[in-house]
Design a binder for this molecule. Structure first.
Ligand code: SDX
Length: 431
């Protein structure tokens, strides 16, 4: 037994066991309960995983009380100011900032995987024009495994790397195709001379009939948003990717599962829900009424974009995005954006209310991001798709970390069963 452990004792049976305390680089110590059932015949009980560390990881660290977010040890504030999204993808996957040559090779690798198999395009015709793009993303990304058999041998590190490149490269192409499908416009091929974000804007907004040059302001804003959304430790969608991957499922199916989980309004779907909420509130005068609804336990209404399972302080990403909102709206000549004004008022009023203060409910990453996406001309139902593109770098990094960990086993939680006790079958004529 290591020199540090916790002893737990059942005061009824008198049985006790020493549980090893494991500590990491940052963050609270953990109690290793993996042997608890074998040694003491008990499960731990932690619905929603409020106090559960599900794995080892070296990718992202969050300190919710201090509002700290690190990608591979680098503070998000420094990366947001100095890095770019493709460099973050490299950092997530390989664990170190790339040299100029490494970044050039990596960028070239990604650029040359951006096209889709031509047969894949027919999948979109199976969806109505008004299908939610996240529904299309779940289907089309999952179907990639039908086209790339050559890179689904997850035990081969080369296959894992190619799959990672394909996923990061193709997400913008698939996302843009979802948008074009909704418009009935032709899909635009990626352009190898454009940046990752510039290419996405080109594939979404260009048409065959005229030249299109991505707006550098929009390109810069997207790049920042993608950096801020790239990863976030063991959030619901990343945990979904890890759980799916633990069974040996192919990476495309795992990322599709992650997209499905991200779609929920309590998670990545919140950015779309924030805009819908601001439209529902309508004007600043109505804010108090909606704050009251958010506090009313009998009312299902929640203030979307507020609160976080981990952050009990400002979400550092929200702070950066709020600042960018000002800059982007100013440059796009949209300073008097009523939605942004209302969001600022809503934040101010909520943060003065004891209900939000006592529960440490602050704006999260989703509160302001939709306002920027809307200012860039991206439709509300594409906001979570933008989140999915950005988070693919994190999902892929966690999937690779898990699969290449020799300690990795299938994840299979247990339960506290409080259903019917054992009973005999009653034939229908006796019921
Ligand atoms: C993301 O995990 C991640 O890292 C996620 C993410 C990432 O990058 O991957 O950061 C991205 O998903 C951000 C969160 C986006 N979701 C929303 O903005 C939806 C609105 N927020 C809530 O649904 C909620 O705050 C959650 C889901 C984010 C967190 O839920 P928890 O941790 O389970 O907290 P809870 O529901 O137990 O709430 C605690 C209390 C409750 O009141 P009491 O029962 O104590 O009286 O706070 C209240 C809740 O009713 N509360 C809210 C609220 N959020 C929590 N009340 C009103 N409005 C809210 N938004």
């Amino acid at each position: 037994m290591s020199e540090r452990h916790i002893t737990i004792t059942d005061n009824k049976s008198g049985k006790s066991v020493d549980l090893e305390v494991k500590t990491g680089t940052h963050g609270p110590p953990t109690v290793d309960v993996s042997g608890l059932y074998k040694d003491l015949g008990y499960f731990t009980f932690d619905p929603g995983f409020m106090s559960t560390a599900s794995c080892h990881s070296q990718i992202t660290f969050i300190d919710g009380d201090e509002g700290i977010l690190l990608y591979r040890g680098y503070p998000i504030e420094q990366l947001a100011e100095k890095s770019n999204y493709l460099e973050i993808c490299y950092l997530m996957t390989y664990g170190a900032l790339p040299s100029p040559n490494q970044l050039e090779n990596y960028s070239s690798m990604i650029v040359h995987h951006t096209m889709l198999h031509e047969s894949l395009k027919t999948f979109f015709n199976g969806f109505h024009y008004d299908a939610h793009p996240m529904a299309i993303m779940v289907g089309v990304v999952g179907s990639l495994s039908a086209f790339y058999h050559d890179s689904t041998n997850i035990q081969d590190p080369v296959c894992r790397e190619i799959s990672a490149h394909r996923l990061i490269a193709k997400m913008p192409t698939i996302a843009a195709a979802c948008y074009k499908h909704s418009l009935g416009e032709p899909f635009q091929y990626p352009r190898n001379n454009l940046s990752y974000c510039g290419n996405l804007l080109h594939m979404m907004f260009s048409v065959p009939t005229e030249e299109y040059v991505p707006d550098p302001i929009a390109e810069k804003a997207l790049n920042l948003l993608f950096i801020l959304h790239a990863d976030h430790e063991q959030n619901a969608s990343t945990s979904t990717v890890r759980l799916a991957g633990s069974s040996g499922a192919n990476p495309f199916a795992c990322i599709s599962a992650g997209i499905a989980s991200l779609w929920g309004p309590a998670h990545g779907g919140a950015n779309e829900a924030v805009l819908d909420m601001l439209h529902e509130i309508g004007d600043v005068a109505s804010i108090p009424k909606y704050i009251a609804k958010a506090k009313d336990k009998n009312d299902p209404f929640r203030l979307m974009g507020f609160g976080h399972r981990v952050y009990k302080n400002f979400d550092p990403r929200a702070t950066i995005i709020r600042k960018t909102c000002h800059e982007v709206l100013e440059k796009l000549g949209d300073q008097s954006n009523p939605l942004f004004e209302m969001a600022l008022q809503l934040e101010e009023i909520a943060l003065q209310d004891p209900y939000f203060q006592e529960r440490k409910l602050y704006p999260n990453v989703d509160f302001y991001s939709g306002i920027i996406y809307k200012a860039l001309g991206i439709p509300t139902n594409m906001f979570t798709v933008m989140f999915a593109i950005a988070r693919t770098s994190g999902w892929v990094a966690h999937w690779m970390e898990m699969i290449s960990d020799p300690r990795q086993r299938i994840s299979r939680p247990r339960q506290l069963y409080d259903g019917a006790a054992t009973r005999d079958y009653v034939s229908i004529d006796q019921r």
